[in-house]
Design a protein around this ligand. Structure first.
Ligand code: GLU
Length: 315
């Protein structure tokens, strides 16, 4: 049985871009008789708000999506909220540490920028970490530890390339060292997205990780974590993003993109679903349609392979 999920971060209101990913992930499961899980990725408590988490559930239901397991309905792999799963991350982190796969990093942001040898970090992160703290001696570590609480980085295995076939983006190849050694626990004790997402998807028996293409370059990191933790990796499917008229990823600054704004102004949710399906290549015209009416004809092959430029719909 296939199991998919949508995993929003409640650091803002759900918008057209997130809603479109949710719709496609939901259709991917509903059209294959799979189960759909909703998980709230509120691990970064400083950026997340309960109010936005609640709003996300309301928005998704208003769009006609439902889930078999989630924060509000429970399920066999509860809890479905990251802030309630910290013990799980701690335990796994302990295992990585015991296997010698992580090391303390004392670098500041400035150190990382000035030591950067290659501009090949994740698109969201800037330059790759140069590995400055990887080979410190115990004495050097002890000395630095007096001045600063370290973050903990996962040491990429030497010479190890990562290959996988993405269900939408096709064959992927990441040469050894891609993205650099990455943080699994921040200096303030917060576990990183990379670690929490792997444990959650594994614990929740997710078989198909369908999400936005902005996370494609996080996937090799996650594959290496699955391996290091002895967990089976799921299939990955990355959907090209929606861009605004300026060619940049659709975001708040494009204005009027919050789902709740449409809901509050009385938009027919079927019109919005129709627009989302249209810009995703699933229907030929932006006509009003219920999400459930898209299930039978859903075909991943119709999803565009490039980012789509859209105008914010006035509906
Ligand atoms: N929480 C992430 C986001 O909202 C998605 C993570 C994932 O799908 O792996 O962008």
């Amino acid at each position: 049985m296939k199991r998919g999920r949508f995993a929003p971060t409640p650091s803002g209101m759900m918008h057209l871009g997130n809603a479109r990913t949710a719709l496609i992930a939901w259709l991917h499961m509903r059209s294959s008789g799979g189960e759909f899980v909703l998980r709230m990725e509120d691990i970064d408590t400083a950026r997340s708000r309960d109010e936005w988490a609640r709003l996300a559930l309301t928005d998704l239901r208003w769009l006609g999506l439902d889930w078999d397991e989630g924060p509000d309905v429970g399920g066999p792999y509860a809890p479905y909220t990251q802030s309630e799963r910290l013990e799980r991350y701690e335990e796994a982190f302990g295992r990585l540490q015991a296997s010698g796969l992580v090391y303390p990093c004392y670098c500041s942001r400035g150190d990382i920028l000035s030591a950067a040898s290659a501009p090949h970090g994740l698109s969201s992160e800037g330059p790759a970490y140069a590995g400055t703290c990887r080979h410190l001696t115990p004495a050097q570590r002890a000395q630095r530890a007096q001045l600063k609480e370290p973050s903990m980085r996962f040491a990429l295995p030497e010479g190890r390339e990562v290959r996988f076939v993405d269900g939408i983006a096709g064959p992927q190849h990441f040469p050894p060292g891609s993205g650099g050694d990455f943080v699994v626990r921040r200096a303030d004790g917060l576990y990183s997205y990379q670690l929490s997402v792997v444990l959650d998807d594994a614990d929740m028996r997710i078989t198909d990780v369908l999400r936005g293409e902005d996370l494609l370059d996080s996937t090799p990191r996650q594959i290496l974590l699955y391996e290091a933790l002895g967990l089976p990796a799921p299939e990955f499917l990355h959907v090209p993003l929606l861009n605004g008229p300026d060619g940049k990823r659709l975001a708040k600054r494009h204005g009027g993109i919050a789902i709740s704004a449409y809901r509050e102004r009385g938009t027919d949710p079927r019109k919005l679903v129709g627009w989302l399906a249209y810009v995703s290549g699933l229907i030929d015209r932006p006509e009003a349609v219920a999400a459930s009416d898209l299930i039978d004809s859903f075909d991943l092959a119709r999803i565009p392979r490039e980012a789509v430029v859209v105008d914010v719909p006035d509906i």
